[in-house]
Design a protein around this ligand. Structure first.
Ligand code: BYC
Length: 474
């Protein structure tokens, strides 16, 4: 069904035919707009921003570009088209018809998954709300706002499901999604990473590279769900998510490129000299990478999870790209884990495959993360330097799962807590690293200008030049 932009809430779900649902969502809409004004991008609500808006949900030409004041963005409800032939693709009910309504026994558990997914979307907008002031260019400022409005739309996607399929419970959950806030001591966001502040653009690029990529893998898992409306909404969200990861990937690429230019100009790799020249030395890039990668790994949950086993058995949440696996039942297989033995060493344990689904997804995620590192390292290699960026071990600095609180070095080797505490400043951004990065953060809001710590992008948005006026301040 095509997108209806005439309604107060744009949609392709024929919202007008369900007056009760339409009224409930129209009641939530002003609360969302108030939240956007209060906790969305700070001080840029009057800016005119070159944004894309969804016009259809198919792969071709779904976006139209134009100047929009963010509070006027047409947030709405868009689901990928229904495939009448679609069957359950995994678990105990493999091959049966997918559900258009939720079986009673799965209401609570599906609500929890949808709320957890929904909670991350406004959380990220809150985390990024101050970044407009320090954007390195109008191009970057526009990308930040594009990401922000789309995270707002992803919240709408989950709120639609809550309102449409969960009755009063769902409506209450939808309200609470606007009441919890990132970093709030009393009402924090549900998942750890979404309470971390994002105060600088290096963190923003790391977040969009590593944390949005968790979004990609979680959405892919939910796009396999037997609950068809959830699968369809996540499929469409994935098309938007791709741009967010592009922002992170190219952002880090541009930081590295600029650093290499400065290293070349100076004829030295010395981090202090690089800093004195106003660029970000590669060891500091590595520390920020260590921080956001390890934090994002926690978002996959524990290595051994009875929750994950039951999601899989019941067909609620699959593996990303489930079709690539041969056995969609996964009831007989085992998975081998290496776990801490409690005595500073490791032990091997075999667990049922279904209980290891979080770890399976985490493994796919890590492989996907490596692709960007290969590209960035190729730049460094081509410039003739031996430094290489690398992903730390998945055991490093974990707060969730078997390795939570177990001190290890970057390679995942268990070490003594004293050793960990005395070395952590070499592995993660120290106060002085953070102060240095913050010292670079000055907004560059003039057309055609770029901050000195980052290279310009290869191309602009939608065939416009890089120095296009992507954001008009009034
Ligand atoms: N922080 O069996 P376990 C995105 C809890 S990002 C705090 O190990 P399970 C985006 C867990 O809830 C994608 N708590 O985990 C990106 C459980 O609590 P209870 C978001 C955590 O359930 C950028 C307990 O620990 N989508 O879209 O198998 C910008 C033990 O649970 C954490 C989703 O997450 C944590 N990191 O898996 C914008 C998809 N990890 O039950 C957006 C929906 C675990 O003991 N969520 N816990 O009270 C899920 O599928 C699952 O909830 C999780 C956890 C994968 C997160």
């Amino acid at each position: 069904m095509s997108i209806n932009y005439q309604d107060r809430i744009p949609n392709n779900v024929d919202l007008g035919s369900n007056r009760t649902l339409q009224r409930a969502l129209e009641h939530w809409q002003p609360e969302f707009l108030k939240w956007w004004q209060d906790l969305g991008p700070r001080d840029f609500q009057v800016a005119n921003v070159y944004l894309r808006t969804a016009t259809s949900v198919d792969a071709k030409g779904w976006a139209t570009y134009g100047f929009v004041h963010m509070p006027d963005y047409r947030w709405g409800i868009f689901l990928a088209d229904r495939d009448p032939e679609r069957r359950i693709g995994f678990g105990d009910n493999y091959g049966q018809e997918v559900w258009q309504q939720i079986p009673g026994e799965f209401r609570a558990i599906l609500r929890r998954l949808i709320v957890t997914q929904g909670d991350t979307e406004p959380a990220s907008v809150e985390q990024q709300r101050m970044l407009g002031h320090t954007a390195p260019s109008l191009y970057d400022l526009r990308n930040l706002f594009q990401v922000n409005v789309e995270e707002g739309r992803h919240l709408w996607a989950m709120v639609y499901l809550l309102h449409a399929y969960f009755g009063r419970d769902g409506r209450e959950e939808a309200e609470e999604l606007l009441e919890r806030h990132s970093g709030d001591a009393n009402k924090p966001r549900i998942l750890g990473t979404f309470n971390e502040p994002i105060s600088d653009w290096l963190s923003f690029f790391m977040f969009t590279y590593f944390t949005d990529r968790d979004g990609k893998f979680q959405l892919k898992s939910l796009a396999e769900s037997s609950f068809d409306p959830l699968a369809r909404t996540c499929s469409f969200m994935l098309t938007e998510e791709a741009h967010h990861m592009f922002v992170g990937d190219t952002g880090i690429n541009r930081v590295v490129r600029r650093t290499l230019e400065v290293m070349k100009e100076l004829g030295t790799e010395d981090p202090l000299a690089v800093r004195n020249a106003g660029a970000i030395d590669l060891p500091t890039v590595q520390k920020y990478l260590n921080f956001w990668f390890s934090s994002s790994l926690d978002l996959f949950g524990s290595e051994t999870s009875s929750n994950a086993a039951s999601y899989f058995a019941n067909g609620l949440k699959g593996r990303p790209d489930e079709a690539q696996y041969e056995d969609h039942i996964a009831a007989e297989q085992a998975f081998t884990l290496e776990l801490p033995d409690g005595n500073g060493s490791t032990k091997t344990e075999q667990i049922p495959m279904r209980n290891a689904m979080n770890e399976v997804t985490r493994g796919s995620y890590v492989r996907d993360c490596e692709l960007g590192l290969k590209r960035w390292n190729r730049l460094i290699e081509k410039a003739g330097y031996s430094f290489r960026l690398s992903l730390p071990s998945t055991r490093f600095r974990r707060n969730i799962g078997s390795w939570a609180g177990v001190p290890t070095d970057l390679t995942g080797r268990p070490i003594l807590p004293e050793q960990f505490n005395s070395t952590i400043g070499e592995w993660l951004p120290s106060d002085s690293d953070r102060a240095y990065i913050m010292s670079l953060m000055h907004g560059v809001h003039e057309q055609g200008k770029m901050a000195a710590w980052i290279a310009p992008p290869d191309r602009g948005i939608n065939n416009n030049p890089v120095d296009y006026e992507y954001v008009k301040m009034h």
